[in-house]
Each structure stands twice: as structure tokens, then as C-alpha cells.
Design a protein around this ligand. Structure first.
Ligand code: SF4
Length: 350
């Protein structure tokens, strides 16, 4: 690895708090042929930085064996890797500023120790995941901890023996820390997994195959099949990017995806829960802006600005606030002004 001695010296001399002393003679085999140079430097008792981490143990031993060299308590030796993190590349000749920066950083005083905090777990543990994976993990932890399971996402089957406290749903909030956490989830499953005896009767009788061995009712599939049973010509209006959109299409229904003018979306495309202080888009002006941003980008726009492509055909304004009518009127006017034509649902599906 080429070392630009004068370049390093010049850079370090200009860097406050660092020293270029000892760089007069760069050693490329300091742990072997140059060991005596290390020992000479060690004996001087000054601050010592070695630009190699691979052989740090060897240098520490060498320091211990060098007569007159201070012990490590008295004069710690610092090590910095300038090879893999700096100059060992095809651009090695260009790496002098980075090597100098690494050496200068190694010369900085040691930071104050970071404050530590103690936690008591109390032995309670919640495992969140797909049914079989979560139960497997819970079984591994069960010997020493009081484990509960939250079945979330994915497919998978729950064990027939029901030994753990088990819930299902989508985690909406997790706060706290080890030993004092609080988890909130949307159940979305009419079956109480803690009461379910795993008799499998519901799996056998469900005509739409909407219950699997994770004992969760696939509500999207259930609703879509029920709509189709009521009339295959019916149009299913479903939240954009939702499981209901997929289930409706699978069931052979015409589906129109709906976006919300006055609700915020998560980065995963769900509505931000109403318990969240920023769940709503407040006021007609902000709602118009939200809708136009989504239509212009043909995507849901999340609360963090993430865009999730979708084909929205319908816009919903929540009717449960005082601004709803004004918001609907403003959205309608803005759409017309932007050249959009308002259509009926049947027109959208032809
Ligand atoms: S019918 Fe289904 S939900 Fe009820 S106990 Fe049996 S498996 Fe559980």
C-alpha cells in the first residue's frame, strides 16, 4: 500500500489536536522487520498510535516485553486500521487525506464513558410473527420466560396443542422498553385464539376456504365471496392497495380502489390509526393538496412522503368531522379545475 509520507505529515500538521511525529519513517512490516522501531517508540513513553489493528495483540505483548516501556494502564496504545478502511484499494494513491483523517481521529482523546441504564425484564416476552415461526421462537424462549405470541402477517399453521397465550392482529404501536413495554394491535380476527380449542370445525365448514390452520378468518376473502354470492355483477369499492382489492379481483368482481382525502397513510399503505395524533388531514385545503398529490403520482402518499403506486377510482371524505362537507366540495372543485371528469362507478369499470 503506497504511503505519501510528506502528504500525511502536511495534513496532520494542519489538523488541530493531531501530531505528525513518528511518520518520518513509515514501516510496512512493523510487526516483524520494524519491531525494534516499535520498541524504541514504546520506550519513549509518549502517546502511541499504531496504524495496524490486525497485529494489535502482538504489539501489546511486545510493549510488555520491552524494558522501560510504560504499562498499558499508564500509557494505553491506540490502534487504527488504515489498510482495509483507508488505502488498500486501486485508488490507494488518492487516499492520503482519508488516511490522515483516520490517524488524526485515532489521536483524539478517549471519549467520556457513556452512561449505562439498568433494566429488569420481569420475564415477560411477546413474540410477533407468522404463526409457525412465532410459536417456534416462543417454544425456544418458553423455558425461562413468560411468553405470549402475536400472530401477524404471512401464512402458517398454529400447533394443535394450545399452550401459549396467543393473539392475532396487526401491530399498530409498540412503546416502552425491556420489562415495561406496551403493544397495541388491530385484531381483525373474529376468532379469539386464546379461547379456540383448535378443533378445526370452522376450517372444515367454511364454504369459501377463508379460515386456515392459523385460525384467522381471511375477512377480505370472506367479504369478497359474500359480495359475489349476492351478485357477481356488483362492484366492490375497496381501500386502495388493501387485501380486499386483491380478494375482490380473485373472486372475479369488478373492483374500484378508493383513496381517503382526509386520512394519512402509513408507509405500508394502511390508514394511520385514529389513536395517532396525525391520523387525519385537517381542513379542505390540506385535503385537496393530499388528493392531488396522490392523483398526480398515481400512488398513495404516506405520512412520510413514500409513494405506493395504485389506481384510485374513488375518493372518500370521512363524514365524521365538521369540515367534511366543505372538504368534499373543495376536492370536487379542484378535480374539475384540474380537468378530471367525475364518473359513476359503473362507468369506471367498463
Ligand atoms: S371451531 Fe374453529 S375457532 Fe372454534 S374452537 Fe374450533 S378451531 Fe377454534
Amino acid at each position: 500500500m503506497p504511503l505519501d509520507r510528506t502528504g500525511l505529515q502536511a495534513a496532520l500538521a494542519k489538523t488541530p489536536g493531531s501530531s505528525a511525529e513518528g511518520i518520518d519513517t513509515p514501516h510496512t512490516l512493523l510487526c516483524r522487520r520494524g519491531a525494534s522501531a516499535f520498541q524504541r517508540a514504546a520506550k519513549q513513553g509518549d502517546d502511541l498510535v499504531v496504524c495496524c489493528t490486525q497485529e494489535s495483540r502482538l504489539f501489546l505483548e511486545l510493549n510488555g516485553e520491552t524494558a522501560g516501556a510504560p504499562g498499558l494502564q499508564e500509557r494505553p496504545i491506540r490502534f487504527v486500521n488504515i489498510r482495509e478502511t483507508g488505502g488498500w484499494s486501486k485508488d490507494a494513491t488518492q487516499a492520503t487525506p482519508k488516511l490522515a483523517a483516520l490517524i488524526a481521529a485515532a489521536q483524539l482523546p478517549a471519549p467520556d464513558p457513556v452512561a449505562t441504564v439498568s433494566y429488569m425484564s420481569g420475564g415477560r416476552c411477546l413474540v410477533i410473527g407468522a404463526a409457525d415461526a412465532a410459536e417456534r421462537a416462543a417454544a425456544m424462549l418458553g423455558a425461562g420466560l413468560q411468553v405470549s405470541v402475536l400472530v401477524e402477517g404471512g401464512a402458517g399453521a398454529l400447533a394443535q396443542r394450545h399452550e401459549l397465550a396467543t393473539h392475532s392482529g396487526r401491530l399498530t404501536r409498540l412503546t416502552g422498553w425491556l420489562g415495561a413495554f406496551h403493544a397495541t394491535w388491530d385484531s381483525g380476527n373474529p376468532i379469539d385464539l386464546d379461547l379456540c380449542t383448535r378443533c378445526n370445525a370452522c376450517v372444515a365448514v367454511c364454504p369459501e376456504g377463508a379460515i386456515d390452520f392459523s385460525y384467522r378468518i381471511d375477512l377480505a376473502r370472506c367479504i369478497a365471496r359474500a359480495v359475489r354470492a349476492a351478485g357477481p355483477q356488483l362492484i366492490l369499492l375497496a381501500p386502495a392497495l388493501s387485501a380486499l382489492v386483491r380478494a375482490g379481483r380473485e373472486a372475479g368482481l369488478a373492483v374500484v380502489e378508493e383513496i381517503f382525502a382526509d386520512r394519512q397513510y402509513t408507509d405500508e399503505g394502511h390508514l394511520v390509526p385514529r389513536s395517532h395524533p396525525q391520523a387525519m388531514v385537517h381542513g379542505a385545503e390540506a385535503s385537496v393538496h393530499h388528493v392531488m398529490a396522490m392523483l398526480d403520482s398515481a400512488a398513495l402518499v404516506s405520512i412520510h412522503g413514500k409513494r405506493l403506486p395504485c389506481a384510485a377510482g374513488s375518493i372518500c371524505v370521512h363524514g365524521d368531522n365538521a369540515q367534511a362537507v366543505a372538504t368534499a366540495q373543495a376536492v370536487r372543485a379542484a378535480l374539475r379545475a384540474a380537468g378530471y371528469r367525475l364518473s359513476t362507478l359503473p362507468e369506471l369499470t367498463v
